[in-house]
Design a protein. Structure first.
Length: 252
């Protein structure tokens, strides 16, 4: 028998699942919140007006699950799982709900702010495509006050430039991401690009705008990012949805 002593959740994340696995279909599970001794669920029935709580049972796995959607600080505390054996057996889980920002602050409090451009040090793009550079700033207690992009030694964003088709999108947070988009790339757009945040050393990559065939080993696509970095960027930009599943295995 394995019994957990706590479960940790991030405030606002989509759903927490507290589950018990039984080796017999004939047992029934009840979940009780000890803060107010409220019986939340019995079997598949829910006995609370708070619609964030829901009980479910999987006949295939015999998992009895208490789901808590959109975790809040008031959800923290001890939860009791009662199983209808003879005698009744109980297991306890202490749920801690923590703030995501506090987690990031603890993670980055001892780190040195740093910047890096994903996919470097060399990126290859086709002529006429869009250069898409992603600069990630990490380990900073607060977002940078500004981020400048440079092509060679010239600042990329210049309102009196005749180049046009250049834009920057910045998403600030515990980790800040800045995207540089250069449309309709030409050979003149080749060269060294640098991301210079206010609170970290600059990071650079070299962009090669190609006209014609190139070795298969070179990266392709407008962004020039490897598949693994594309996944990282997607995770950074996506809305955080998270499931923390806790299984307690009970011998019959």
């Amino acid at each position: 028998m394995v019994r957990p002593d706590y479960e940790q959740s991030k405030r606002g994340f989509y759903v927490i699942e507290l589950a018990v696995h039984l080796r017999s279909y004939y047992f029934q599970v009840s979940w009780i919140r000890h803060r107010d001794l409220h019986i939340l669920t019995v079997g598949g029935y829910t006995y609370t007006s708070d619609q964030r709580f829901q009980a479910s049972h999987s006949p295939q796995t015999d998992d009895w699950t208490l789901q808590v959607k959109w975790a809040q600080q008031r959800d923290a505390g001890v939860y009791e799982c009662q199983v209808s054996t003879q005698p009744v057996r109980s297991f306890f889980v202490t749920l801690h709900v923590v703030d995501c920002d506090e987690i990031y602050q603890r993670m980055y409090s001892d780190g040195v702010p740093s910047a890096r451009i994903l996919g470097g040090p060399d990126l290859h793009v086709d002529i006429g495509s869009t250069i898409n550079l992603t600069c990630l700033i990490q380990f900073s207690p607060e977002p940078p006050a500004y981020i400048f992009w440079y092509h060679e030694d010239e600042q990329v964003i210049s309102y009196d430039s005749s180049r046009g088709g250049v834009s920057v999108v910045t998403e600030k947070g515990a980790a800040t991401t800045s995207y540089l988009l250069v449309q309709d790339a030409t050979p003149a757009d080749s060269g060294r690009y640098s991301c210079a945040p206010s609170n970290a050393e600059l990071a650079s990559v070299r962009v090669h705008v190609l006209n014609g065939e190139r070795p298969a080993a070179m990266q392709t696509g407008s962004a020039g990012l490897s598949d693994s970095w594309v996944c990282v960027v997607t995770l950074l930009a996506a809305v955080a949805l998270h499931t923390a599943v806790l299984h307690t295995q009970l011998t019959s």
